[in-house]
Design a protein around this ligand. Structure first.
Ligand SMILES: Nc1nc2c(ncn2[C@@H]2O[C@H](COP(=O)(O)OP(=O)(O)OP(=O)(O)O)[C@@H](O)[C@H]2O)c(=O)[nH]1
Length: 255
């Protein structure tokens, strides 16, 4: 296929842009081969690339898919970039559709590959982002502690989780931007109470100052390992009854 436009690298993809600045294709190198996915349709190529990446990377003991959701501008992309690249991107633009990053960590001698999917908070991408919930092992529901609106929308996000995610998903509520404490609109106690009522653990972070960002992802990985081991134990003993499964919960094994 003949493509025109410029190529820019973003996260693990190379994106090709048209002259008007629209993404028209994405490619990824696997060893010596460049896999081209075009035309640009985020719901198709991110899923394909996720599959290819999980097939092609080095050995690992566990592979988990973590999806970040929440209103636009709460800092989802910055949290992901802080964790995966150790930086706070200046002038971070809004996410278009879904972006995807991988980080492999070692926990108690086990290699854990985290596929981290960063979804766009803008309403117009909702139908694309919803399709990523189903296969998520964990969801990070994020709001901005300086923005009442982003907190008030949480019940709406929980309805989405209930509708689209699988019943075993582990969900953690994150209040981001704690470096802006003088602008805080949501008291920690209020958020903790909300999270507890919904069976979620609560954590406050700053992507800018790197507060609690590692803890967020590593604790989550730890919990997912524990869940995976428990499930395989249970599955070895007895098959679950239809409809049986855990509701949203978060077990803190690493702190
Ligand atoms: N002070 C402060 N600003 C932050 C923090 N995290 C993100 N921001 C800023 O908040 C704005 C939005 O950040 P993003 O990471 O793009 O937000 P998002 O949730 O991914 O937004 P969408 O992609 O539109 O869904 C940017 O201007 C960031 O610089 C933080 O921890 N502290």
């Amino acid at each position: 296929m003949e493509l025109t436009g410029t190529i820019r690298s973003s996260s693990i993809f190379n994106f090709r842009y048209s002259k008007s600045g629209q993404r028209i294709a994405a490619s990824k190198r696997f060893g010596g081969t460049s896999v081209l996915l075009a035309p640009f349709r985020p719901e198709v190529w991110t899923q394909s690339l996720g599959f290819l990446v999980s097939m092609s990377m080095e050995d690992y003991d566990h592979l988990f898919k973590i999806v970040l959701i929440g209103n636009a501008g709460v800092g989802k992309t910055c949290l992901v970039r802080r964790f995966t690249q150790g930086l706070f991107p200046p002038g971070q633009g809004a996410t278009i559709g879904v972006d995807f990053m991988i980080k492999t960590v070692e926990i108690n001698g086990e290699k854990v590959k985290l596929q981290i999917w960063d979804t766009a908070g803008q309403e117009r991408f909702r139908s694309i982002t919803q399709s990523y919930y189903r296969s998520a092992n964990a969801l990070i529901l994020t709001y901005d502690i300086t923005c009442e609106d982003s907190f008030r929308c949480l019940p709406e996000w929980l309805r989405e989780i209930e509708q689209y995610a699988n019943s075993k998903v582990v969900t953690v509520l994150v209040g981001n931007k704690i470096d802006l404490s003088e602008k805080r609109e949501i008291l920690r106690e209020r958020a903790e109470e909300f999270a507890e009522a919904q069976g979620m653990l609560y954590l406050e972070t700053s992507a800018k100052e790197s507060d609690n960002v590692e803890k967020l992802f590593l604790d989550l990985a730890c919990n997912l390992i524990q869940e995976a081991k428990q499930n395989s134990l249970v599955n070895n003993v007895t098959s679950p009854m239809p409809g049986e499964g855990k509701t949203i919960s978060y077990l803190n094994c690493c702190s």
